[in-house]
Design a protein around this ligand. Structure first.
Ligand SMILES: *Cc1c(COP(=O)(O)O)cnc(C)c1O
Length: 470
């Protein structure tokens, strides 16, 4: 559309890129900013203003001072790292959108060292020749899980893919209809199966599958029996599924390998914290499964990775699969994974030092202490518009694990006079660092379970800053 006369006048008055840049070079604010960043910001602000003129927005947009403020805001944004720390006040321990698992302190310091130095990533120091990167964690994985052999890829989706591709390309894979899992981010068992070249053969019904269903589906084309742990949902009521042990017996009888995708694999029996029982990796291995896959960064609390444990000959086959090269993990992950696995040699230590486990097992009295502390700090701000009270609530495990689990927790519900809960949530989210909570009954809820020690004062400062601005 042609600009109107008024719009044409505004466009003529719009400062050019060069004149704004000239101002910028004189301003010490931009001293430490790369020139290309400043130039891009100026262009963006001018383009944006031109669009606003065409949309008939107010005229003071053209004042140079206002434009420069906008340029500074754009520059500030561009100079802030995109991936940054946030305060997880959601109470969801393994929060997929907020980085899933936090690494243990020891894993972090080892990782920092390995990142900055050369390492024996693929070098066998005792033999003085090339080594296998997987060998760095294989022994540990075998020691903890009881398996014969182990290997690692980039994530569990990759682990499932490479296992199916190795064991079942062009052959039928029998899976219960109750286990055709979809997890977030478009991982669906039927789709991964298709990509791997395995042919999905569904048996049973959504709520009940029996041994006979598997048996009836066996043909000469069968290549694998697959069990998938329904880690992010639960089929309740009139249900039946075939235990791994029974499937293993069937597999033995017909000389077929049996695989289990555990998803949120854990080495720790959660019932020891009074939580819902999750099948452990050790139990799956002891049941005789030929191959077991699980995530490194769900309940395990390590870095993103896909762990594969099982029979030696099968792991050998997987290692030779070219997909393994495409899915291989890097040295930083490997270092963090090794450190995390080492901690698991002592389960009590694991629960203390691995943040995911510590937060899941965190005693209510400890969460309450933190809630009382935060409530007091908020009160000390001394703003009568602020109302912050302690509430009982429940937190979730998250990360597609323990779907029915509700962990009793303590929360602070915040209300600010004259401010909607939505606006409050947004202001907290835009804080530096962002504070991510949830809205419930017109309150902004901070669940203290996942609020780390340093986070308490960050939240308090964030609230104080926001009150000052309002
Ligand atoms: C989470 C999950 C996966 C995928 O694991 P990622 O590590 O996220 O790739 C696969 N299968 C099941 C059952 C899962 O729960």
């Amino acid at each position: 559309m042609e600009p109107t006369e008024k719009q044409q006048r505004f466009l003529r008055n719009l400062p050019g890129v060069d004149s704004l840049l000239e101002l910028a070079w004189k301003d010490t604010f931009f001293d430490q900013v790369p020139k290309t960043v400043v130039k891009r910001a100026v262009r963006r602000v001018i383009d944006g203003t031109r669009d606003q003129i065409m949309a008939n927005e107010p005229t003071d947009l053209l004042k140079t001072g206002i434009l420069m403020e906008k340029v500074k805001a754009v520059v500030n944004n561009a100079m802030t790292p995109n991936l940054r720390r946030v305060v997880n006040a959601t109470g969801v321990v393994v929060h997929t959108n907020l980085g899933r698992s936090l690494l243990a302190k020891e894993a972090v310091s080892r990782l920092a060292e390995i990142a900055a130095t050369y390492s024996n990533l693929e070098f066998d120091i005792s033999k003085g020749k090339r080594g296998l990167r997987y060998s760095l964690v294989e022994d540990l994985l075998c020691e903890i899980s009881g398996a014969e052999a182990a290997m690692v890829v980039n994530n569990n989706a990759g682990a499932v893919l490479v296992c199916l591709d190795t064991l079942a390309r062009g052959r039928e894979v029998i899976v219960s209809r109750g286990e055709l899992v979809e997890i977030g981010g478009s991982f669906r068992i039927p789709d991964v199966m298709a990509k791997s070249g395995g042919i999905l053969k569904e048996v049973g019904t959504t709520n009940r599958t029996h041994l006979g269903d598997y048996e009836d589906a066996l043909t000469n084309e069968t290549g694998l029996l697959l069990k998938v742990h329904t880690s992010n949902y639960s089929v309740v009521g009139f249900t039946a599924d075939v235990p791994l042990k029974t499937l293993v017996a069937l597999g033995r009888q017909y000389h077929l390998p049996v695989m289990e995708d555990l998803g949120s694999g854990t080495f720790v029996d959660f019932s020891r914290f009074g939580l819902e029982k999750e099948p452990t990796v050790q139990e799956s291995v002891a049941s005789g499964a030929d191959i077991v896959t699980f995530s490194g960064d769900k309940l395990l609390g390590g870095p993103q990775s896909g762990l594969i444990v099982g029979k030696k000959d099968i792991i050998e086959g997987i290692r030779k699969n070219p997909l393994t090269r495409a899915l291989r993990i890097d040295k930083l992950t490997l270092s963090a994974l090794e450190s995390t696995l080492r901690i698991y040699r002592d389960m009590d230590r694991a629960v203390e030092e691995i943040p995911t486990l510590r937060l899941l097992a965190r005693p209510l009295s400890d969460i309450e202490k933190s809630a009382v502390h935060l409530a007091e700090m908020l009160k000390d701000i001394g703003d009568s518009r602020l109302d912050a009270g302690i509430r009982d609530d429940v937190s979730k495990a998250g990360g597609g694990s323990l779907p029915l689990l509700e962990l009793p927790s303590k929360c602070i519900g915040i209300r600010v006079e004259g401010m909607s809960a939505n606006r409050l949530e947004k202001q907290m989210r835009l804080n530096t660092p962002p504070i991510i909570g949830r809205i419930e009954e017109d309150l902004f809820i901070i669940d203290l379970r996942t609020v780390l020690e340093d986070d308490v004062s960050i939240i308090c400062q964030g609230v104080a800053r926001m009150l000052k601005k309002e």
